[in-house]
Design a protein around this ligand. Structure first.
Ligand code: PEP
Length: 248
């Protein structure tokens, strides 16, 4: 396991309205959260300010993306400085929807990670293979290439949480088994040990994402190298998934 608390992020993706988000925030404000779990929510950009102003401080805020450098003439982009100004602590980078729907590549994602970290914005660095890559026996190769792109770009691993999210498990209801997730988490930790340092390998949190819900989180959380979750769909409605699954 990495060091630090179990880490659970709710990725709200491109969902919500002012009203539905206000309801979700009020539910989160009164939810029972485990004291040894870092809880983070990731609202769409346009609701970040609303959420920051109404959510309890104990829950941190992440953005779903950011620009590669300082803001300026980049129409439609959101800068790291703006995210910090709104009180964000984290940004999700390399999410599979951005890689595979928006066409972001490893190099572009690496640049964003480097810039975010240089401005003290923590990075939730997503990696994961497609179904055909898993079936072709390339899971480790793909994950290691994605890891290398982050490693080549970032100045330090102090503020990075790695999210292993097999693409075939995201939004599909088809969760990886605890054994499948653990196998990749161990391999990624081993990669860090060989390619970064043993210290980074032992302290970096590696969280799992892909159809996590209140019914399967407790079993996944039991695995030694699963240090938390990135939860999509369920994070909008089932607040007991913001946990190790101990207080359902
Ligand atoms: C995600 O968006 O990171 C995710 C894991 O989604 P879901 O939980 O809906 O599979």
């Amino acid at each position: 396991a990495g060091s630090g608390k179990f880490f659970v992020g709710g990725n709200w993706k491109c969902n919500g309205t002012k009203d539905s988000i206000s309801k979700l925030v009020s539910d989160l404000n009164s939810a029972t959260l485990e004291s040894d779990v870092d809880v983070v929510v990731t609202p769409p950009f346009v609701y970040l300010d609303q959420v920051k102003n109404t959510l309890i401080e104990r829950i941190e805020i992440a953005a779903q993306n950011c620009w590669t450098g300082k803001g300026g003439a980049f129409t439609g982009e959101i800068s790291v400085e703006q995210l910090k100004d709104l009180g964000c602590k984290w940004v999700i980078l390399g999410h599979s929807e951005r890689r595979h729907i928006l066409g972001e590549n490893n190099e572009f994602i690496g640049k964003k990670a480097a810039y975010a970290l240089s401005q003290n914005l923590g990075v939730i660095a997503c990696i994961g293979e497609l179904l055909e890559e898993r079936e072709a026996g390339k899971t480790f190769d793909i994950c290691f290439q994605q890891m290398k792109a982050f490693a080549d770009a970032v100045p330090s691993w102090d503020d990075i949480v790695i999210a292993y999210e097999p693409v075939w498990a995201i939004g599909t209801g088809k969760v990886a088994t605890p054994e499948q997730a653990q196998e990749v988490h161990v391999a990624v930790r081993d990669w860090l040990s060989k390619n970064v340092t043993a210290e980074v390998a032992s302290k970096t949190r590696i969280i799992y994402g892909g159809s996590v819900n209140a019914g399967n989180c407790a079993e996944l959380a039991k695995k030694e190298d699963i240090d938390g979750f990135l939860v999509g769909g369920a994070s909008l409605k089932v607040l007991s998934c913001y946990s190790r699954g101990l207080c359902q």
